[in-house]
Design a protein around this ligand. Structure first.
Ligand SMILES: [Zn+2]
Length: 281
């Protein structure tokens, strides 16, 4: 298990398992001869991809960032991606029950980021975390509802619409502090309204950067995913992120890294970006 502290906050990574994505789409315009040095592809050209959720215990609140793929994928989608559905088991093994979660933050509404928001309870879809207040950007939800041909496969409305109907999910407009020390900030590129989650305690900061930098292999500013709707903005958002995160030594948390869920992204003596691992405790 990956656990660390940021000031008074305890951070624990819980995985929903791993799934497979086409290596070409995962690395966008980067040629395979370059990306395969960092991630090995299988015989179908797929790479194994992580599903890292982050639990932040502030002492007052338990905040869960991102909820993986969940267990409601259709048979067809399961054929493509698999459906590991391990998140609740891992949380349970660590003594964390769904009732313990006070806040859920989704960085965006792609199915691999909000799948455990809800579960199927006989005929009805209900909140997995019954006491929690959920947060996402309103613009992201508006985009999801419009069901564009380009990316409608990425949006499964039962992951969020039932929560909006009951008022359990709040739609945000831009940056906001969610609880003291935990705030969201929009970094456009992957989608127009994807939000990162910034965690600050005791003068230290961590950031769940989501699909802006999905793994350690994507730290270079030009290494974006083919899924990014606005790849030029992804580059600008990465520059903006590093302009704060590098000098202030933020811990970066990666959604889709199957090995190391977090690292300090720094520049080496040659000015190259490098991901320095965090010593495990
Ligand atoms: Zn995404």
């Amino acid at each position: 298990m990956h656990r660390t502290t940021i000031g008074d906050f305890e951070l624990t990574v819980f995985s929903d398992g791993t799934y497979f994505l086409d290596g070409g789409t995962f690395f966008g315009v980067i040629p395979k001869v370059m990306w395969e040095k960092k991630m090995r592809a299988d015989e179908k050209n797929r790479v194994r991809t992580g599903l890292n959720s982050l639990l932040v215990r502030t002492g007052e609140r338990n905040v869960l960032i991102e909820t993986g793929i969940g267990n409601k994928l259709s048979e067809r989608m399961t054929k493509f991606y698999g459906q590991p559905a391990e998140l609740l088991d891992h949380m349970h093994a660590a003594g964390v029950a769904p009732d313990d979660i006070d806040i859920v933050i989704n960085t965006h509404l792609h199915f691999d980021h909000c799948g455990w928001n809800t579960v199927l309870d006989t005929e009805r879809v209900v909140a997995t975390f019954p006491r929690a207040k959920y947060f996402v950007q309103e613009g992201e939800w508006q985009h999801a509802r419009r069901q564009f041909a380009r990316d409608r496969i990425s949006y499964i409305s039962e992951n969020y619409d039932p929560l909006i109907e009951t008022g359990q999910m709040e739609l945000l407009r831009g940056s906001r502090e969610i609880v003291p020390g935990i705030s969201v900030q929009v970094f456009p590129g992957h989608t127009a309204h994807m939000q990162a989650v910034i965690i600050e305690s005791g003068a230290r900061k961590a950031c769940y950067i989501s699909d802006l930098i999905p793994t350690r292999a994507h730290i270079d500013i030009t290494w974006g995913m083919a899924f990014d709707l606005f790849p030029v903005e992804t580059i600008e958002s990465k520059k903006k992120y590093y302009s704060e995160s590098i000098p202030q030594k933020w811990l970066t948390v990666f959604t889709h890294d199957p090995g190391q869920p977090w690292a300090y992204v720094e520049r080496d003596a040659q000015g190259q970006l490098v991901a320095q691992p965090l010593p495990e405790i």
